[in-house]
Design a protein around this ligand. Sequence first.
Ligand code: ATP
Ligand code: MG
Length: 426
Amino acid sequence: MAKKIQSIRGMNDLLPEQSSDWQYIENHLRQVVAAYGYNEIRMPIVEATELFKRSIGEVTDIVEKEMYTFDDRNGDSLTLRPEGTASCVRAAMQHGLLHNQTQRLWYMGPMFRHERPQRGRYRQFHQIGVETFGFDGPDIDAELIFMSARFLKRLGLSEHTTLQINSLGSKATRAAYRDILVAYLNEHREQLDEDSLRRLESNPLRVLDSKNPQMQAMIQSAPKLVDHLDEESRVHFESLCATLDSAGIQYQVNPCLVRGLDYYAKTVFEWVTDKLGAQGTVCAGGRFDGLVEQLGGKPTPACGFAAGIERLVELLKEVSTERLAHKVDVYLLMAGDKAVLAGMVLAESLRDHSPSLRLITHCGAGSFKAQMKRADKSGASIALILGDNEIEQGTITLKYLRIEKEQQQVEIAALPALINEVLEIK
Ligand code: ATP
Ligand code: MG
């Protein structure tokens, strides 16, 4: 027998039994972004490698070791997108969306990073991204945090996630702080692991992000960027905190929150959970005022966030057993050739009558018992039974599968209205 081909490590199939969780999340997201007037944008999955090098930063984990980069047949270097922000900025610039206007955008789709696959960390994963352009005040930072909070609340995850925020200040602030931090880290050089020693040279702020337990005490005692903020960033951050306070949004200021991408400035935030082990960040974002200019556009303030769908799904599974399954409403059983013919036509007219009705018609004949078994397994609330008797009388039998109630013999003409009533379809 020929060898069976498997999926690529870290790139997963989404099976039918899992897709309802994804749809549940995606549907809530669509409702939430609509509630704030955001518009969808869809970008290609492949971009010029240069785009990510210039935006994410040459000395970040992503660009150094995680990108799927290849030469296409023309010899151009292309990369499977490792995140959405750079592509979104590229698209917005290319199509003049940033010219004298503000934008509130969102997108959803696969991202690719060559990381070590483990729970909550995959090589193809999926993000929901939200980006805003042209707003420089802390009001939009607050709006994005409100929106992410509302989204998590809708999913029933509020109690299981906490918000951490920090400010990275301006570029100049970070440059000055970098010197202070490097001096401190050099004093504690013997405590740094290999990764951190490397980062000390290339990107010292990222040392603060280390998860190494042996380094935590040293990191906690390091000088804090929030204590060295420039005036503008300080006012911006205080105003954001005040807005969150007024709205009753709880948060912790985490001075070690730095984020892994170079383009962040001022506000950064993460929603974290303690229920997913080391992969506890379900949503992360912040302000990236310098990115548009860095990619050749006019200086444009920008702020956004991205949530990882796989981690949201895993968290949902951790905390709730009862989720919206992909429910079927009606299962139609048919006995005999005449019934199959009449039943297929009837099913079409029911779907015409109630566009949101989810109806499965039994295909492939079989005994009544076998059909009933299928009906039960489908999860339908109602079975409709059509046989020769029913056809002669112009009726159909309606059987309740999930509640104790006598089955009914119903006139075909009265069926559409009755189904809507029973299922409460408006
Ligand atoms: P982490 O610190 O967990 O590696 P990150 O800082 O690299 O995350 P971002 O680039 O900010 O992550 O992406 C935003 C969100 O996307 C993360 O908070 C997480 O929920 C999700 N995410 C990132 N990388 C992966 C991955 N390899 N697999 C699954 N989800 C991911
Ligand atoms: Mg990462």
